[in-house]
Design a protein around this ligand. Structure first.
Ligand code: ZN
Length: 433
């Protein structure tokens, strides 16, 4: 095996990220490329030319995913790398893009090594990962994984354009969904390189990290109900102030999650509605959301019980009634132990420290985890900032992540496509090798 590290071209990575940044640019450090828009299509054509340069044959599937393919010595299950290039409005230049550019670079290095892969290798640029245009993300990866839901094509954007119309203009084809969705076993492994979008790697002074899994969020809507009254006349001891109760719950949640029992789980109250929301009326009703995420489901269960007790306590203290609706309760999706071991070996070979961390945000890997084993490599984000023009990862860090991806790819590509026998993936998917 040739030295992948020596061959990663920082300059090529940097110039390609800059090229995509100019498509839909808003100033020097920001771009907006709404999913399945003309700008997204233009960016996709640019990426297609890079895929071809790296020796891949590119196609667009029924879900609007751009997929580059390098054939292997034999046919068989695909080794897939991927990420996305659509953006949030006024986004930074690295979310998704670093992973796509890094994946193409990794395939280029595999090709330059002169050792053809044993089985086929593909790079997927998934359509509509961000989900902001039609208010539901991971479209392309969920499509490929056979996980689209009823009515998805009828969702409309702010201009009244349906997803079906946008997809057809973008080269997709709803008539071929069943044909293009991949069956379990068709993808042997999925690897995704992505910026962290959080501050953990920076705090550990590491350029890259190995993801242990994507945490499943628990989402609640909580309502506290008291009694409205004149802010000037009702004595404090006689009030049933719903906002005072909510404030106590929020403070208690912070204390719990920041304490030993909570870490490294994260909890957030991100939305609060106060009724009637007037300066001289005691708040009668407050509705707020809770977002709780953890990789460890037994800890998450304990925290969930503690939070329910906390709400009951603070409601009682303030004379409030309460109820709680569970909006979402998803399980974490764990990275595959065997693929994680391959990334660790690649890091040891490259002499790179590789701390491990969970992913709070969703990625295309989440959808892919339902059809194949997966692993993810994170690249350090400056100040942990993302979805913002201040988002930044250094070319050196992106090159380090790309080197890890390339070395991992080369290890996996040297294995026969049907495997060396019984391998289990972290999510206990039945996998035929
Ligand atoms: Zn992303």
């Amino acid at each position: 095996m040739k030295e992948a590290g020596a061959a990663v071209s920082i300059e090529r990575l940097r110039s390609r990220i800059a090229s995509l940044g100019r498509i839909g640019a808003i100033g020097a450090t920001s771009a907006s490329r709404p999913a399945m828009s003309a700008l997204d299509a233009q960016a996709r054509e640019t990426v297609r030319s890079w895929m071809e340069e790296a020796g891949m044959k590119a196609r667009v599937d029924a879900f609007g995913n751009l997929i580059g393919r390098m054939e292997g010595m034999e046919d068989g299950p695909v080794l897939m790398l991927g990420s996305h290039i659509d953006t949030q409005p006024n986004a930074g230049l690295y979310d998704g893009v670093a992973g796509v550019v890094g994946a193409i670079e990794a395939v280029q290095l595999l090709r330059d090594s002169g050792e053809p892969p044993q089985g086929p290798v593909e790079v997927a640029v998934f359509s509509d990962e961000e989900g902001c245009r039609f208010d539901k993300g991971l479209f392309g990866s969920r499509g490929l994984a056979g996980r689209l839901e009823e009515g998805e094509l009828d969702r409309t954007d702010a201009q009244g354009v349906t997803r079906r119309e946008a997809l057809l203009t973008f080269g997709g084809d709803p008539g071929r969904f069943a044909e293009d969705a991949c069956s379990p076993g068709a993808v042997k492994a999925y690897l995704e390189l992505h910026i962290e979008q959080g501050p953990v790697l920076e705090s550990l002074n590491a350029s890259c990290g190995l993801v242990t899994g994507i945490s499943g969020p628990l989402w609640w809507t909580v309502e506290l109900r008291g009694f409205a009254g004149h802010a000037g006349s009702v004595p404090m001891a006689m009030r049933r102030d719903a906002l005072a109760g909510a404030a106590a719950v929020i403070a208690g949640l912070q204390e719990l999650l920041r304490g030993e029992e909570g870490s490294p789980a994260v909890g957030t109250v991100g939305s609060l509605h106060v009724y009637p929301n007037s300066r001289n009326v005691i708040p009668e009703r407050v509705r707020f959301t809770v977002d709780l995420r953890d990789m460890d489901m037994s800890r998450r269960g304990r925290l969930e019980r503690r939070l329910r007790l906390l709400i009951a306590d603070k409601a009682a203290d303030n004379g409030l009634e309460w109820d709680l609706v569970v909006d979402t309760d998803s399980e974490p999706r764990y990275c595959d132990p065997d693929l994680m071991a391959a990334v660790r070996e690649a890091a040891a070979e490259a002499g790179l420290p590789l701390p491990e961390l969970m992913s709070g945000p969703f990625h295309d890997a989440l959808a892919m985890s339902h059809v194949c084993p997966y692993a993810m490599i994170f690249i350090r984000s400056r100040d942990g900032i993302s979805h913002n023009p201040l988002e930044y990862s250094s070319p050196e860090d992106i090159a380090a992540g790309t080197e890890l991806l390339a070395r991992t790819l080369m290890r996996l590509a040297a294995r026969p496509p049907y495997g060396e026998g019984g391998r289990r993936d972290g999510n206990r998917q039945a996998e035929k090798l």
